[in-house]
Design a protein around this ligand. Structure first.
Ligand SMILES: [Zn+2]
Length: 179
């Protein structure tokens, strides 16, 4: 299977959410987990294209375009990795899809379930987010995983210390989808 991994944001231009106490950046966590996931997939004979770029759909032509690259590469699935942030209390995992009752939801479900069971994060469910570019402009089943809350203490510890487990859970979810 051809798996496109898009770690959210861009270390050079857009950190994404930042933990106000530790300074941990969403862009760095997403890239790190994305790279572990990439290695797992390659070890298991999948093809992987990993791209983190501040250009989602052509808004910055100096950078490679995430949506165009995924579509041109003809990825089978598109996985975007993000961390949530709110009020330093909210916590848990959610997975976003363009719409319910879709292949994207079939991909999202085992990923979400595996993360909840392996990491023990709060299950915030699968949510429709049709306005998100990476979900509405990609031509293949696409999910955006909000792994956990980077500004909440317990979730942050998981994001720092359990990156392998996040990657493994996502890998298992992708494997279950492709069966
Ligand atoms: Zn994000």
């Amino acid at each position: 299977m051809k798996v496109f991994i898009n770690p959210g944001h861009d270390p050079r231009f857009d950190s994404g959410a930042v933990n106000p106490i530790s300074g941990l950046r969403e862009c760095d966590v997403a890239l790190s987990i994305g790279e572990i996931l990439r290695d797992l997939l390659i070890e298991n004979n999948h093809q992987v294209y990993l791209l983190q770029s501040d250009n989602l759909i052509g808004e910055n032509s100096a950078l490679p375009c995430v949506v165009e690259t995924a579509n041109a590469w003809k990825a089978d699935v598109f996985i975007s990795l993000h961390c949530n942030a709110a009020n330093q209390n909210a916590h848990g995992t959610e997975t976003l899809v363009y719409k319910y009752d879709s292949l994207a939801e079939q991909l999202a479900r085992p990923i979400q379930e595996n993360i909840i069971s392996v990491l023990g994060t709060d299950d915030r469910g699968i949510k429709e987010r049709p306005q998100l570019i990476v979900l509405n402009s990609t031509l293949m089943p696409a999910v955006l995983i909000e792994l956990a809350f980077i500004d909440q203490e317990d979730d942050e510890q998981l994001l720092i210390n359990c990156q392998d487990k996040f990657a493994q859970a996502i890998y298992q979810g992708i494997s279950q989808f492709s069966l």
